[in-house]
Design a protein around this ligand. Structure first.
Ligand code: SF4
Length: 494
């Protein structure tokens, strides 16, 4: 294949998709292609689609149509990812794309591109293990997702993932380690382990406590890794051993992302989820007792078919009582082919939206209270980007954007700090102002501000800047500090 061919990948959906996009980019580079910053500059454009919800599929279709409309002469367009993996979703992909590649086949991208340009397919690259192919990132940044498994063995009634991805397949521990060693050797400070159900890692490899074992081998094998975080922990007793390991090893962040989806026994039963609220509370209590500084994130679905006012009230009371640090709430979306889509008693969309807003209102209050309690405290912050802020008086000063240990990438809050701090570094900062989601820290000692706006003007500017960052993902650092726009359309399951 010609060394001058260029590719561009548009990634939609969740962190797992982004890892696959990184893998496709690595395989294409191995074959001599170079990345193009814009679709217009590329010989081949790949859209890594999301198929999790109707809204995400509509977004994927819109992106493909736009690219087809302005396609350059001779340019090839490939639709990849979750959407093509299910027959009825595959049919929604606009006519005119040159190739369709499912999420289970992303590692074939090199051959597919070669074929599209009439060239001989090269032999598969070494280490090619299907969906879980190990690869070297070409542009490792301060933070990186590492996918340790794909597919799901559960059967939640509302979810299409098992049909799209199939049963869980885990990446062998040695390959996970190899990826992390490589990332850390090139400066990555935070690794975020992801899967559909991260706590079940290794079950298909015959491991009883696969995730705790993996965590211990990462801690031992990569002593220079500073932050290790896991996302998407399904509520199960397997969590207990993982919490024990979290308490024992410094790089493991005391952060638990456990999507619970609901708190009412009957709704959970209809969702085909763990339906014993007492068991869930025991898990939470155990984790909080073992890790007093634990930060908890969860997600809920409201407006599930048949959800009554009383059942919603149970959920709202649960949110008030448990005081989670971060909560995501999604209104139910009926996905064709799922069991939930056949259930009676749909909840009107406006009622579902009211319920979502009610939880968010309660959570904002909790979140603000928790953030205010951090004022005056020292927090370790990973700096991911530097931008500028201008106040009403026209003063311009640089502002750095990062995350504390309590913030997972993309879904939680940010820490803003006046001044240009080195991107990719971990710095100790004192929190001086709190908003419902974001925090402001004082610049490190010895670092003078270029300008010092009036305090009231500065506060207004900060609120505006944080709101703008949140709305448009503007100053919000792209994953790994690359400033790449990353549409977030869906919850990521589990
Ligand atoms: S919601 Fe999560 S755990 Fe449930 S089936 Fe979907 S991917 Fe699996």
């Amino acid at each position: 294949m010609s060394a001058t061919r260029a590719f561009h990948i548009v990634t939609l959906g969740c962190s797992k998709n982004r890892v696959d996009s990184d893998g496709m980019a690595a395989l294409l580079r191995q074959r001599g292609l170079v990345p193009a910053p814009r679709p217009d500059d590329a010989d081949v454009v790949i859209v890594n689609t999301c198929g999790f919800l109707g809204a995400a599929r509509a977004e994927s279709v819109g992106v493909i149509e736009e690219l087809l409309d302005k396609r350059q002469e001779g340019q090839r367009l490939i639709a990849a990812g979750c959407m093509p993996a299910l027959g009825n979703y595959r049919e929604e992909i606009p006519a005119g794309v040159d190739h369709i590649l499912t999420t289970r086949e992303w590692y074939r991208i090199g051959d597919v591109v070669a074929e599209l340009f009439g060239e001989e397919p090269a032999p598969e690259s070494a280490g090619c293990e299907g969906m879980l192919t190990t690869f070297t990132r070409s542009d490792a940044g301060p933070s990186a997702y590492v996918k340790i498994a794909d597919g799901c063995d559960h059967n939640c009634a509302f979810c299409t993932i098992p049909s799209i991805k199939g049963r869980q397949v885990s990446k062998p521990p040695v390959h996970v380690l190899q990826e992390i060693v490589d990332l850390v050797s090139r400066g990555t400070k935070e690794v975020v382990l992801v899967a559909q159900d991260t706590i079940r890692y290794g079950a298909d490899l015959g491991m009883k406590h696969g995730l705790p074992q993996l965590l211990e081998s990462i801690v031992e094998g990569v002593p220079d890794l500073r932050w290790l975080r896991m996302l998407y922990i399904y509520p199960s007793p397997l969590t207990l051993r993982m919490v024990d390991v979290m308490a024992e090893h410094e790089p493991l962040l005391h952060y638990l992302d456990m999507p619970l989806q609901h708190a009412d026994r009957e709704v959970l039963r209809r969702m085909n989820r763990p339906s014993d609220p007492a068991m869930t509370r025991r898990l939470i209590d155990y984790a909080r007792a073992k890790l007093p500084d634990l930060v908890m994130r969860t997600t809920f679905i409201v407006g599930y078919p048949g959800e009554t006012d009383a059942q919603f009230r149970t959920l709202l009371d649960f949110v008030e009582q448990e005081e989670f640090d971060h909560v995501g709430v999604f209104t139910y979306s009926a996905e064709p082919g799922t069991r939930a889509a056949t259930l009676d008693n749909p909840v009107p969309p406006e009622v579902a939206e009211e319920r979502r807003a009610a939880i968010m209102e309660v959570q904002q209050r909790i979140s603000l209270k928790k953030n205010r309690a951090l004022i005056g405290q020292r927090q370790e912050v990973l700096i991911e980007a530097v931008g500028e802020m201008e106040d009403e008086l026209g003063n311009i000063e640089p502002v750095s954007v990062g995350r504390a240990r309590r913030h997972a990438p993309e879904v939680d809050g940010l820490v803003f700090v006046p001044g240009a701090l080195p991107v990719g570094e971990l710095v100790e900062l004192t929190i001086e102002e709190a908003m419902p989601y974001d925090l402001w820290a004082a610049p490190p000692e010895g670092m003078a501000r270029q300008s010092r706006p009036r305090r009231d003007v500065e506060a207004a500017t900060r609120r505006r800047l944080a709101a703008a960052a949140r709305r448009r993902g503007g100053i919000r650092p792209g994953r790994r500090g690359r400033g790449r726009p990353v549409p977030m359309a869906t919850p990521a399951g589990t």
